[in-house]
Design a protein around this ligand. Structure first.
Ligand SMILES: [Zn+2]
Length: 80
């Protein structure tokens, strides 16, 4: 019997939408408690993973991934 931690047993990458069964095994980057980035997206956003330490040493840019807006990340007024 599996322990349920939320509405869905399977997470999906907040960026590309790829299903992530186990972020710990697939090196997903967890954020905002119930969101996750797949490894490829996290790295593409500037994240760096230390395989020896088994942890993220550089945090990916999470801009635009929050459903309630990203005002906290100061994305407004930034020209591309
Ligand atoms: Zn992804």
């Amino acid at each position: 019997m599996e322990a349920s931690m939320g509405d869905d047993a399977t997470l999906a990458c907040a960026d590309c939408g790829e299903p992530i069964d186990d972020p710990a095994l697939e090196r997903g980057y967890l954020f905002a408690e119930d969101q996750v980035l797949c490894y490829a997206c996290a790295v593409a956003r500037g994240g760096a993973y230390d395989e020896l330490d088994d942890r993220w040493t550089a945090v990916p840019n999470l801009r635009g991934l929050f459903p309630d807006g990203d005002a906290d990340f100061g994305s407004r007024g930034v020209a591309p």
